[in-house]
Write a protein of this length. Structure first.
Length: 115
């Protein structure tokens, strides 16, 4: 079955950096586009970044452009989200997502940006 397991979240000061990882299994990872979403308290889940199956194409939410980088390693079945220059408004639970006939989600990893 499809499994997505996120890791790498934590508490970081404003201006700091974190790298999230999502280990995928149960499907043909190298043929699937992957996405990172986030959901802040009291807000709807929003799309943060998308990467194509081979990694050659990426797209970002305006709010994270120039600060976040999505990447993938198809040999390790893992997608990453490098987050730099973090702001308090980046505080959220971050979710890995893949669509294979329907949406599949990981359990999420908490990112808190606070001094």
């Amino acid at each position: 079955q499809v499994q997505l397991v996120e890791s790498g979240g934590g508490l970081v000061q404003p201006g700091g950096s974190l790298t999230l990882s999502c280990a995928a299994s149960g499907f043909s990872f190298s043929t699937a586009a992957m996405r990172w979403y986030r959901q802040a308290p009291g807000k709807e889940r929003e799309l943060v970044a998308v990467i194509s199956s081979a990694g050659g194409s990426t797209r970002y939410a305006d709010s994270v452009k120039g600060r976040f980088t999505i990447s993938r390693d198809n040999l390790k079945n893992t997608v990453y989200l490098q987050m730099n220059s973090l702001k308090p408004e980046d505080t959220a639970v971050y979710y890995c997502n893949v669509w294979i006939g329907r949406d599949f989600w990981g359990q999420g990893t908490q990112v808190t940006v606070s001094s």
